[in-house]
Every structure is written in C-alpha cells, then in structure tokens.
Design a protein around this ligand. Structure first.
Ligand SMILES: NC(=O)c1ccc[n+]([C@@H]2O[C@H](COP(=O)([O-])OP(=O)(O)OC[C@H]3O[C@@H](n4cnc5c(N)ncnc54)[C@H](O)[C@@H]3O)[C@@H](O)[C@H]2O)c1
Length: 278
C-alpha cells in the first residue's frame, strides 16, 4: 500500500476503514469525516450512482482516499469478496462500521409476513454478523475495532415497527457478545444508537406519509430535547471518537439522540395512528 504522508493532526491518518451503506445518510457522514481525517475508506452500498459520486468527490478532497463498490449485503459471497478487495488494495483493516440498514414502512403484526421479517433481519442484522466475521481475522492483526449502528428504538421500542425494533435490539446484544469474545485479541466492539438523524431514509419514510409529511417531520424534530434532528456529520464524528480515541471502551452503547429518551413523552396519541396502518 502506498501511504501518503498527511498532516500530523489527522485523527485516523493512514488507517483503513470499511463502512457499509456508505453511499448516503449516516454512512456517508462516516465516509466524509474519516476521509477528512486521513483514512483510507472502503465503502459499499446498494446501487452505484450515489457511491461513485461520493467516491469521486472524496478523492478530489483528500487527505484520505475513498474506494466504493456496489455490494448487496444480503449476499454472503459478495460480502466476502468485498473484504478480499479491501485487503488486496490496502493490506489491512483497522475499523469496520456496520451501518447499512432498512426501515420498512409501518405495519402491525397482522400484516407482517415471516418472509418480510427475515428480509429485515438479513439486511439489518445478518450483514453486520457476516461483515464482522470476514473482517475479524484482519482486525485481530492490528487490534482494530468494530462499530455497529443500531437505533434508539432498539431500547425504547417504536410503533408499528416490530421487525426493525427486533433487529436493532439484536444488534445491541450481538455487540456485547462479540466484545466479550474479541477482547482476548484486543479488538473493541461498540455500538451507537441514533435517535432521529436527517437522512434519505428519514426523508423517504416522511414522504410515504403523504399529507402527514410535515407533521411527521415536526414530530421527529421535537422528539429531541435539543429541538432538532442530528446530522450525518455528527454521526461520523461520534464514530471517529469511538475508532480513534475510545481505546478503553468495549461493549459500550452510546445514544446519538439529542436527549430523545429523556423525560416523559406523550404516550396516548390523540388519534390512534396504529389503527391507520391496517
Ligand atoms: N436516520 C435515522 O434517523 C436513524 C435512526 C436510527 C438508526 N438509524 C440507522 O442508521 C443506519 C443508516 O440509516 P440512514 O438513515 O443513513 O439510511 P439511508 O437509507 O439514508 O442509507 C442506507 C444505506 O444503506 C445501504 N443499504 C441498504 N440496504 C442495503 C443492502 N441490502 N446492501 C447494501 N447496502 C444497503 C443503502 O444503499 C444506503 O447507502 C441504518 O442502520 C438505520 O437503521 C438511522
């Protein structure tokens, strides 16, 4: 690997990072922050256009470098192939950010099939497991770390979102189990739990509400004590801290939530929105 000399103040200089779902949203925030801090960032996502655009922009920006590949994270062979590509290109992996996920539109249990549930677990949970499995032999060599992107709703629940909430709760539990097993290799495994961060996923869910879009965005904004949604850069900066500075932390779970979980909220909706989902 040809490693360029970078500014000594860059916080992940010359280290190699993988980000899943890095073409947009929170993953994009991670790509941007780590490239700006001197890292070699390999990221994958569905589709090609967004990822290729970001890769080009990042490589013009320097001081780090970006490498994008279109990967379907429900395909184990594709995950394995991507990790091999990263190793043949950079020779090492210092950090893995498991981030790619999907949030299905709201449904109650009556309308959720076993197949749909499995699809959500495949993307949100199994891809984290498989990417970790194939990266760990390389992470162990450098005492690297894994960062899992979960969700606040894995802890506090969410209306009409059983598979999504279940997948996120499982990520939290898997993080702790993996942290225990990998400590002997010096590999740290941590998780962060976003509340509402403005991303294409959020935009898409709000758009699907139709006329309720503005109300939904206002509700999402006011859920935080800080009175706004988080930004993708704030998510990237939290991950940079976990990767670069949190060297005595493993198995921890950090809320990236603007205080959304604090204080009583309105639990009795004026309109029983759940009934609208039938
Ligand atoms: N945005 C929020 O408010 C919020 C809140 C809590 C948790 N999260 C979590 O953060 C993560 C990112 O969310 P976001 O809002 O940035 O989403 P997003 O929809 O804006 O971006 C998702 C990314 O994942 C990729 N992806 C999805 N399915 C994939 C697949 N099968 N194969 C490869 N790539 C795939 C997409 O291509 C995209 O790059 C998710 O795990 C989500 O659950 C987000």
């Amino acid at each position: 690997m040809a490693v360029a000399s970078c500014d000594k103040f860059l916080r992940y200089k010359d280290k190699v990072l993988i980000v899943t779902g890095g073409s947009k949203g929170i993953g994009e925030g991670c790509v941007r922050v780590f490239v700006r801090n001197g890292a070699y960032v390999a990221f994958c996502a569905r589709g090609a256009a967004d990822g290729e655009r970001l890769e080009k922009e990042m490589n013009e920006e320097a001081p780090g470098k970006a490498f994008f590949k279109s990967v379907d994270l429900t395909d184990e062979a594709a995950i394995q192939g991507f990790v091999e590509d990263v190793i043949s290109r950079y020779g090492r992996i210092d950090c893995l950010i498991n981030n790619a996920g999907q949030h299905p539109n709201p449904h109650l249990i009556d309308d959720i099939t076993a197949e749909k549930f499995r699809q959500v677990l495949d993307v949100n949970l199994l891809s984290y497991f498989l990417m970790s499995k194939y990266c760990l032999p390389h992470l162990r060599k450098v005492k690297g770390n894994i960062i899992n992107d979960s969700s606040l709703v894995g802890k506090i629940g969410q209306q009409a979102a059983i598979p999504y909430v279940a997948s996120k709760g499982a990520i939290d539990a898997m993080t702790r189990a993996m942290a225990i097993d990998e400590a002997v290799h010096g590999v740290r495994v941590n998780v962060f739990s976003p509340g509402n961060v403005w991303t294409p996923m959020w935009d898409g869910l709000a758009t699907d509400e139709g006329e309720g879009r503005e109300d939904m965005i206002a509700g999402g904004t006011n859920a935080q004590l800080l009175g706004r949604m988080g930004t993708i850069e704030e998510a990237g900066l939290l991950c940079l801290w976990l990767a670069a500075d949190a060297t005595f932390c493993t198995g921890i779970d950090i809320n990236l939530s603007g205080g959304a979980e604090l204080d009583y909220g309105n639990k009795n909706r004026l309109t029983t929105k759940a009934s609208a989902y039938h």
